[in-house]
Design a protein around this ligand. Sequence first.
Ligand code: UDP
Ligand code: MG
Length: 323
Amino acid sequence: MKQQDSISIVVPCYNEEEAIPIFYGEIVKKLNTIPNIDYEIIYINDGSRDKSAKEMKQLAIQDDRVKYILLSRNFGKEAAMYAGLKESKGDYIAIMDVDLQDPPVLLKEMYETLKSGYYDSVATRRVTRKGEPPIRSLFARLYYKLINKLSKTQIVDGARDFRLMKRQMVDAVLSITEYNRFTKGIFSWVGFETKWLEYENIERVAGETKWSFWKLFLYSIESIVAFSTAPLALASVLGIILFGIAIVFIVLIIVRTLYFGDSTSGWPSLVCVILLTSGIQLLCIGVIGEYLAKTYLEAKHRPLYIIKEKNTDQKKNSEAENS
Ligand code: UDP
Ligand code: MG
C-alpha cells in the first residue's frame, strides 16, 4: 500500500508573471500544513506574452515539485485546464487560479473531506460578487437562471473552477474530449458526489482579469450551446406560433373581404409583418448556425492544445536516485 497521498495542483496561467511566484509561496505554505502528503504544482503557460514561462522554469529549477507545461499559443483557460489535468499524476487533483482568488487555505479542509470517504470532489462557489461591476453581476445572475432553465445539467451560481477531485473523477472529466469545452458543466455532467464550500469573493493579488464583458458574453453563449439544445426548439416553437397567427389573419381577411369588399389600405401593417417574420427567420437561422458551427469544429477533431515544452515527465531527484 502507498503510504503517502499525492496532490496535484493544476494552475492555468496567462500573462501572470507577477502572480506566479506569489502563488507558489502561498500554496507551498498551505500544502505544508497537510501532514503526510506529497505534491506537485503544475503551471500551464497558456501562450503568455510576458515572462510567465521564465518564472515557471525558474521555480522548477529551485523546487522539483514544480512542473510546467508551455502551450504553443493561447488556447484559452479551458484547454489549459485540460492539459494540466492530463499531465497530472496525483491521487487528488485541484484546479486553481494563479491570482489567489481561490484561497489555498481551503485545500486542507477539502483534502480531509475527500479523505474521509463519501465525497469524490469538493467544489467552491462565491457567495458574493464584491468588487465586481454591478452590471456584470446582474448579467451573471440572469445567465445562471437562463442556463439552468434551458439545460438538464445544473450549473451552480457562482461556481468557481477551483475544486479538489479524486483521480477517478478526473479520469472521467478527461474522457470527455469535446472541443467546445465548458468545464463547469462537464464537472456537473460526469456526476459523482460533490460537496460545496462557500466563500466571499477575493480580489486578485496582481495583474488584471483576462475576461472582458464581451468575452464573458461569448463564453456564456458557448456554454448554453454546449449544454442545451433548447434554443434549437425555439425555431420550431416560433414557427408554429407565427403559423397560427397567420391562419387567423387569413381567415379574418377573407371574412372581411366577403362582407365589406376589398380594400388596398393596410400595406404598412403588411410591411411590419414581413419585417417581423423575416427577423425571426434570421434569428432562427442564426441559432441553427451556432450549433452547426460547433458541430463543424467538433468534426475536425483538432487537438485541444499543443504543447511546446514540458517537464512533467521528469522524475524527481529523489526518485531518480532510487531507480
Ligand atoms: N487564464 C488562462 N488562459 C486564458 C485566460 C485566463 O489560463 O486565456 C487563467 C488566468 O491566468 C487565471 C485564470 O485563468 O489563472 C482565471 O483568469 P482570470 O483571473 O483572468 O479570471 P477571473 O478570475 O477574473 O474570472
Ligand atoms: Mg481571477
